[in-house]
Design a protein around this ligand. Structure first.
Ligand SMILES: Cc1cc2nc3c(=O)[nH]c(=O)nc-3n(C[C@H](O)[C@H](O)[C@H](O)COP(=O)(O)OP(=O)(O)OC[C@H]3O[C@@H](n4cnc5c(N)ncnc54)[C@H](O)[C@@H]3O)c2cc1C
Length: 307
């Protein structure tokens, strides 16, 4: 029987692990398919407080893990495959091994949707990004491309226009899903150029480990061309990792956990932390803060029950 099981080993899960381990609760952290979470995919992180020169993403989450282990947190490989949250203790299928838990912290994140090119995957953190707030600063005076046609693509393009010499927004359709106000704002921004009916065929150049250009294709005119680019931002949405809790933890229509205040979900004893609930900020520091909140709430919940 575990006091606390934490699902996910990103900033939220690892911070929850530090707090609950220091509260002597010996948490079990299920690391998932992506040990270290999204930051394990990136390079330099310049906006996490406490590192004036910045810190490499994998080092930041690696340090958090070490810190948690120093206080007695246990990390296991693999994923949560199934969960029965209908009664307590909760029953969790972790890689076909059933574990019982008095409390559960869900810190399973929200994965960015990518366009799906192998070159894109190779260049994440080397010019390909899914987060303008995180990486825009690296592209001051450079050529930036944003992929997408929704509100978040418009917001990212507007934000990135503060940094780039030019921003090209590429959308595969003629019509945009974005709201009129967001679209109008982007359209009236002199730095943003629109390319509609256009898809990305290739991102160059994985051999150089750097984004240098893209090959674009206009599906209406069938024209194909190469365009120089330094920063390639994909803004086509995120997928919250909540399918394993479907029908048990309340979510919104997109699958983000609905908070019942603080770190509470609709199920007493189940807490949320990080991007799995947060569709607004999606930052390492906010995920860590949420992990801290969830751990404190789990500890108080256990305390109130006399554990
Ligand atoms: C390329 C890139 C660069 C970024 N740069 C910055 C930056 O510079 N600064 C910044 O503040 N933010 C940055 N971010 C955003 C930041 O990484 C996220 O906001 C943060 O990682 C969210 O933390 P999290 O713990 O909530 O989720 P995640 O980091 O997404 O972690 C989720 C964890 O849950 C696990 N998981 C999922 N499903 C299961 C399951 N069924 N069972 C067990 N485990 C599961 C995954 O394996 C993973 O370990 C960047 C993101 C990306 C993609």
């Amino acid at each position: 029987m575990r006091n606390v099981v934490i699902i996910g080993s990103g900033c939220a899960g690892n911070t929850a692990a530090i707090y609950s381990a220091r509260a002597n609760l010996k948490p079990l952290v299920v690391q998932g398919h992506e040990s270290g979470g999204q930051l394990s995919m990136t390079t330099l992180v310049e906006n996490f407080p406490g590192f004036p020169e910045g810190i490499q993403g994998p080092d930041l989450v690696g340090n958090m893990k070490k810190q948690a282990e120093n206080f007695g947190a246990e990390f296991v490989h693999g994923s949560l495959l199934e969960a029965d949250l209908s009664r307590r203790p909760f029953r969790l299928n972790i890689e076909e091994e059933w574990v019982e838990a008095r409390t559960l912290i869900v810190a399973s994140g929200a994965s960015a949707r990518w366009i799906g090119l192998p070159s894109e995957q190779k260049l994440i953190g080397h010019g390909v990004s899914s987060c303008a707030t995180c990486d825009g600063f690296f592209y001051r005076g450079r050529k930036i491309m944003v992929i997408g046609g929704g509100d978040s693509a418009m917001e990212e393009a507007n934000f990135l226009s503060r940094f780039g010499s030019e921003v090209t927004l590429v959308h595969r359709r003629e019509q945009f899903r974005a709201s009129k106000i967001m679209l109008d704002r982007a359209r009236s921004n002199p730095k943003i150029k629109f390319l509609t009916n256009t898809v990305v065929h290739e991102i160059h150049d994985p051999a150089e480990n750097l984004v240098t250009a893209v090959t674009l294709h206009n599906i209406a005119t069938r024209e194909t061309w190469r365009q120089d680019v330094d920063g390639f931002f994909v803004a086509i949405g995120h997928i919250p990792n909540t399918s394993v809790f479907r029908g048990q933890i309340d979510t919104d229509a997109d699958g983000y956990i609905l908070s019942k205040g603080g770190a509470k979900t609709n199920i007493p004893g189940v807490f949320h932390a990080g991007d799995v609930q947060d569709r607004t900020y999606r930052q390492a520091i906010t995920a860590s803060g949420a992990g801290c909140m969830a751990a404190i709430e789990a500890e108080r919940f256990l305390e109130a029950e006399g554990h």
